[in-house]
Design a binder for this molecule. Structure first.
Ligand code: GTP
Ligand code: MG
Length: 186
């Protein structure tokens, strides 16, 4: 499902000096809410392009958190860092070529156990990583309780709980993203 409200090449990355922008890449299994989060972060404008030599669509948008501008990249769903599909190959290549300041792994709170192996793979790949446990609303309805702080402690990476479709947790996510890149730049 696509959430880009408007495709506008001229208005997106305009006026923003590329050297001053931080890069943020959203990755995760299909259907976990990456594009909803992309939209929460970037708002109205996004550009879409095929990854060179492929039919895989990559969405890029801009986000501003306090005084920092971000280029946000929404990737197609992937199950593993060992690629099988063209989408997975593209996402893997993007991760290694784009040199993100932060990679956000989005998982579905209802299926945490099934999705954490990719988190481990991303940690092992050495990317600067944050975990977003999305669909907390649905997990709660099912009586699934997730200890966000404990998870962060165990994985040694920042973890944020969100229900992006309800705009829940997005402010906390933005705050953590800001703190992360500030700390990394220091
Ligand atoms: N209840 C609930 N639904 C959500 C939440 N986040 C996303 N969704 C819904 O989940 C579905 C998938 O969301 P997308 O953002 O398209 O997921 P995606 O990860 O981009 O999927 P792919 O692009 O196919 O990899 C949509 O119907 C969203 O409305 C959430 O926090 N709570
Ligand atoms: Mg998507």
């Amino acid at each position: 499902m696509r959430f880009v409200k408007s495709i506008n090449r001229s208005k997106t990355l305009e006026n923003i000096n590329i050297n001053h922008r931080k890069k943020l890449i959203l990755v995760g299994n299909p259907n976990v809410g990456k594009s909803v989060i992309f939209n929460c972060l970037t708002g109205t404008y996004a550009t879409v392009s095929n990854y060179p030599g492929t039919t895989v669509e990559i969405f890029r948008g801009t986000s501003r958190i306090n005084n920092i501008y971000f280029e946000v990249i929404d990737t197609p769903g992937m199950y593993s860092m060992i690629p099988i599909t063209e989408e997975e190959r593209v996402t893997r290549t993007l991760l290694f070529n784009e040199k993100a300041d932060l990679v956000i792994h989005v998982v579905d709170a209802k299926n945490l156990q099934r999705m954490l192996p990719l988190t481990i793979q991303l940690i092992e790949a050495g990317v600067p990583l944050m975990l977003v446990v999305n669909m907390m609303d649905e997990a709660e309805k099912l009586g699934v309780k997730i200890h966000i702080e404990k998870l962060s402690e165990i994985l040694s990476i920042p973890v944020v709980g969100t229900a992006a479709a309800l705009n829940r947790g997005i402010d906390v996510l933005k705050k953590k993203v800001y703190e992360y890149v500030r700390k990394r730049a220091a």
